[in-house]
Ligand binder design. Structure first.
Ligand SMILES: [Zn+2]
Length: 277
């Protein structure tokens, strides 16, 4: 029996698979174990997981945007072939690819991305699947009734969770249907209904909302008014857009880790979102 904090007790709380993915090996000796930071048992249990799923799309030049503009470009500054070093310069709009919207994005004085407490960046996730309905109606929304149906099956939304819409759109990245643009330059994509945002703010304890489309709002058929963006981010909460692989995680029981870069004053930013199962 080893004391709390040794590799053995950490192994009991994380899983072998999770540790291997995190770069640990079972061959680590006592010297390596002695250098590990102390982990309190309660904290370790909280951190336990048995699998991980990457919920981020790879970002690349030409990643879809509503306008069709390139929001992310890469320039090679030096190359290994010529300079013995590889180094690129990125030019990026903050809201490119899978990314987080910080409260400041749609409010006058909300938190910037660097100031969001890290305790708000590892949260339970409730995945609400409206893909069947969205396949028939691209203008559909995640409604309060969808939330209630999820709760009647899974119990109340976990305190401090992120509510995620799985519309099936994560499978369409690279397909023109992903942006849903019509010939009037309006887009048609599923999103949250404003009444859902209001319900989650007033009647539940939710930290974030997520979607697998480019916008928290339902298309631009409201004239680009972005009611959910204003209501949700204006309440001091965060959002995450353009999530991937949502079919690979359960509708209940997983957690999200949101690895957003700590850029001073950022209104959001490309984010590595990892589901911990
Ligand atoms: Zn955004």
């Amino acid at each position: 029996m080893c004391p709390p904090g040794c590799l053995h007790s950490i192994c009991e709380n994380a899983t072998r698979r999770g540790l291997l993915k995190a770069g640990f090996t079972l061959g680590l000796g006592a010297a390596a174990a002695a250098t590990l930071p102390t982990v309190q048992p309660a904290r370790a249990a909280q951190a336990g997981f048995t699998d991980t799923v990457d919920l981020s799309h790879a970002l690349y030049e030409g990643f879809p945007t509503f306008s069709g503009d390139k929001w992310f470009t890469v320039e090679q500054l030096v190359t290994f072939a010529k300079d013995k070093v590889n180094l690129n310069r990125w030019t990026i709009v903050e809201h490119s690819g899978t990314h987080m919207d910080a409260p400041i994005h749609f409010s006058a004085d909300g938190l910037t991305a660097d100031l969001i407490p890290i305790s708000d960046l590892i949260v339970p996730v409730a995945v609400i699947n409206i893909a069947a309905r969205a396949a028939d109606n691209v203008d559909t929304s995640l409604t309060p009734d969808d939330v209630k149906a999820w709760e009647s099956k899974n119990g109340p939304l976990p305190e401090g969770c992120c509510v995620v819409m799985n519309s099936g759109w994560h499978r369409l990245v690279g397909d023109p249907k992903f942006t849903g643009n019509d010939d009037q330059k309006k887009n048609h994509t599923p999103g949250l209904h404003i009444e859902t945002a209001q319900m989650l703010i007033k009647e539940r304890k939710v930290k974030g909302i997520g979607v697998d489309t480019l916008s928290l709002d339902t298309g631009m058929n409201s004239g680009g008014a972005f009611p959910v963006h204003y209501e949700w981010l204006g309440s001091g909460r965060w959002g995450v857009e353009c999530l991937a692989n949502l079919d690979a995680i359960p509708e209940s029981g997983a957690r999200l880790f949101l690895g957003i870069p700590k850029v001073k004053g950022a209104t959001g930013g490309p984010t590595r979102v990892i589901a911990l199962l």
